[in-house]
Design a protein around this ligand. Structure first.
Ligand SMILES: *Cc1c(COP(=O)(O)O)cnc(C)c1O
Length: 365
């Protein structure tokens, strides 16, 4: 495999992985660390696998600067299962309400699950403006007795992102960071729980990362099925049952790659530069391309835009496909175009898209 056989991959998830990581996995595929087998064939109880598992946890702790009073878990079932596990563990039986900050389809899915287990309300929402922005929210909106506040840090479908997180005082703050985890430094101590499916920024699908404060764990409801109880996985270091071993190995390698890139400060600089190449193309197109998100809420991970009409959008997507670009269709629920520029999308790929967009405009206006 050479660089020039790689697609210009803007998939929203599963998404591009670093070529270096794929090459390393290929090299180690049939004989991992002289074990005579692949990582997938190792027992999850073997010391060789345990080193992979604990290594990934340690790297995550180091790169995100996770404080000591947080647990790091590798679960399955995707971020979508967290929509259910959170209210099962922290809402039912609490006599409290959960507050959801509504910024798009993923928040909608999360609150719908929550209502199966207790009371949840929308503490703020930008739905009436097609989720073009991150809505205003301050802790004054809370009554202080909520079980928790839930937000989606980056809205994969609408292309908006929280750039400053709200203060929630004593009320626990829980964030779905599926589509921007490890794309920027964050102050983990502001959150009581962070969760993310790995398949956007961190590896293949199949692993869900959960970072959870020990204090929050103490408040968990006792009557929760074993596999859906956070404490089960804390007690067994995410080895209660068979974990997704290959995904965790890949996650560890992606984290090594992030470190090699200079860590989160340098990753975030690169991400902003990459996204701005495309936003600049949109902003300088005299209205040929229009961004869906309001400027101050723009995501550095998912860039959503439209062309003057649906026919041109269709033509744009067709021609882009022929030119080697993948994944530029907007989500099936909203249409339009979307470029996902996660960590592993090379800057050159973003340059290529920007040039393609300018040429397409030139030919069609
Ligand atoms: C992709 C995504 C999800 C769903 O993740 P699954 O792992 O497929 O369940 C949830 N939230 C956000 C913000 C996402 O981007």
């Amino acid at each position: 495999m050479t660089n020039n056989q790689r697609a210009f991959n803007f998939n929203a998830g599963p998404a591009a992985l670093p070529l270096e990581v794929l090459e390393k996995a290929k090299q180690e595929m049939t004989n991992f660390q002289d074990s005579g087998m692949s990582v997938m064939e190792l027992s999850h109880r073997s010391p060789t696998y345990e080193a992979v598992h604990n290594g990934a946890i340690e790297k995550l702790r180091t790169l995100l600067e996770i404080p000591e009073d947080y647990e790091v878990l590798f679960l399955q079932g995707g971020a979508s299962t967290q929509f259910t596990m959170i209210p099962m563990n922290f809402l039912q039986g609490s006599g409290k309400k959960a507050a959801y900050l509504m910024t798009g389809s993923w928040s909608e899915k999360a609150i719908a699950e929550t209502k199966l287990f207790g009371e949840a309300y929308e503490a703020t929402s930008s739905k009436s403006s097609q989720y073009r922005s991150i809505p205003d929210f301050s802790s004054n909106h809370l009554n202080g007795a909520e079980a928790y506040v839930h937000l989606t840090s980056n809205n994969t479908i609408y292309g908006t992102q929280w750039h400053e997180f709200p203060e929630t005082g004593k009320v626990p703050l829980i964030a779905d960071m599926s589509s921007d985890i490890m794309s920027r430094p964050i102050d983990v101590s502001k959150f009581d729980m962070i969760y993310a499916g790995a398949q956007k920024n961190l590896g293949p699908s199949g692993v869900t990362i959960v970072i959870i404060k020990k204090d929050l764990l103490k408040q968990a409801h006792s009557n929760v099925p074993t596999m859906l109880r956070y404490q089960t996985h804390v007690d067994k270091n995410s080895l209660y049952n068979t974990p997704p071993t290959f995904g965790i190995y890949m996650l560890g390698e992606v984290l090594n790659w992030i470190q090699d890139q200079g860590g989160l400060n340098s990753i975030t600089e690169k991400n902003i530069r990459k996204a701005n190449l495309i936003y600049k193309t949109i902003d300088e197109s005299d209205g040929f391309y229009t961004g869906h998100a309001q400027q101050s809420s723009r995501s550095y991970m998912n860039i959503t835009f439209n062309l003057p009409n649906e026919a041109l959008e269709k033509q744009f997507l067709n021609e882009a496909k022929k030119a080697g670009f993948t994944g530029l269709n907007g989500h099936r629920s909203v249409g339009g175009c979307r470029a996902s520029t996660y960590n592993a999308v090379p800057e050159a790929t973003c340059v290529a898209l920007s040039e393609f967009m300018q040429q397409f405009q030139h030919r069609n206006s």
